[in-house]
Design a protein around this ligand. Structure first.
Ligand code: ATP
Ligand code: LTN
Length: 331
């Protein structure tokens, strides 16, 4: 029996944060046991903001090593670099004629990034969701696990798939979003009403997956908390709730269990405890990432195999798309 398909990606646009880990990679671990999973390094998405080419290349490999260090198994899933599969760009161009400018302009991420990069509102930034739709639809995906911030983009991918199918006949499977309740939005340690983002200008706002123990503990000690003294999940305690979410994710605790553990503890000790938990959890992942990165031959082998597997699946869908849309394909 054919397994259902899962697709997700992370941009190699910086050093991944614990937000990326909790909201995405961590959730992929169980999925790879059950589904046909495609996980990509979305480097074509990463050039929609100004970047350093040498750094992009390095970050792509670092991200791949991190995936594997976190437990993503290249024997069980397809791990590849987006730009190595040309069908992504080809399908994106085709879908550009199905997607509307108006719906792209309404995307929250486009509006945020346009504000942030006023001097570089390029076409790629606006087209970002169409490329993402191409990523997803190329593999006839059933499920797309993402953090809260990406749900609007998956929604657009669904709309585009349905529109294409209606116009040209059944071509794409219509994917579903998979958002995990716990940890879907990890927030900034400095402003817990904002999402933790790897491109935040304040280095104390996020914990990077490569931060050393002292840095991690220092960042947690400085984390903004709320008034009051109780440690519980509550809407009027965004700082404490965020720290609790991080703790639950790294310790595999339910909300109730964590609240019970910290009953009666002061904020200072609580922050130290969360910091130590995160540092303990990241140490082995970091060591493993360093080891994998040093093994260039292994890494390039994994990526070559991944690109080949992805290419085969993507070509099948793109052939169908070109047939449906009326592109001449030789007689
Ligand atoms: P950037 O700051 O460069 O825009 P980002 O940190 O938002 O990047 P992405 O590469 O856009 O990260 O996201 C990769 C994955 O991680 C997505 O599934 C996204 O939903 C998830 N993710 C990112 N930030 C968080 C967060 N703070 N909490 C939970 N999930 C997150
Ligand atoms: N835009 C996503 C990364 C991404 C993605 C995808 C996620 C690119 N293509 C396809 C899921 C499915 C982000 O996390 N910023």
């Amino acid at each position: 029996m054919e397994r259902n398909v899962v697709y997700s990606a992370v941009q190699p646009s910086g050093i991944p944060t614990i937000g990326n880990y909790i909201g995405s990679v961590r959730n992929w671990l169980a999925l790879q046991e059950e589904y046909a999973c495609y996980f990509a390094m979305a480097n074509m998405h990463a050039i929609t903001v100004r970047h350093d080419p040498a750094l992009l290349r390095r970050r792509t490999l670092e991200l791949c090593a991190l995936y594997i260090a976190c437990g993503i198994d290249p024997e069980k899933c397809t791990l590849y670099v987006q730009s190595q599969v040309p069908q992504h760009a080809e399908l994106c161009w085709t879908l550009n004629s199905v997607a509307y400018v108006g719906e792209m302009e309404r995307m929250t991420q486009f509006k945020d990034k346009s504000r942030k990069h006023e001097d570089n509102i390029n076409m790629g930034l606006m087209d970002y969701p169409v490329l993402m739709a191409a990523d997803i639809l190329l593999y006839q995906t059933d499920l797309v696990p993402v953090g809260q911030d990406q749900t609007q983009h998956v929604e657009i991918a669904r709309d585009i798939a349905i529109r294409f199918n209606n116009r040209y006949g059944e071509t794409f499977r219509v994917p579903k979003t998979l958002v995990y309740k716990q940890g879907a939005k990890i927030c900034s340690l400095q402003d817990p009403t904002k999402k933790m983002s790897k491109s935040d200008e304040n280095p104390n706002a996020c914990v990077f997956m490569t931060d050393d123990r002292d840095t991690i503990i220092r960042k947690f000690k400085r984390a903004v908390t709320d008034s009051g003294s109780e440690i519980n999940f509550s809407e009027d305690k965004p700082g404490i709730s965020n720290l609790l979410s991080i703790y639950c994710a790294f310790k595999n605790r339910t909300a109730e269990e964590a609240e019970r553990e910290f009953e009666g503890m002061g904020y200072g000790d609580f922050k130290l405890c969360v910091g130590e938990t995160v540092a303990d959890a990241l140490a082995p992942v970091q060591a493993e990432q360093t080891r994998i990165l040093a093994d260039k031959e292994y890494l390039s082998g994994v990526l070559a195999r991944g690109a080949e597997q992805a290419f085969r699946a993507a070509r099948k869908t793109l052939d169908k798309v070109y047939r449906k849309i009326g592109f001449y394909r030789g007689e």
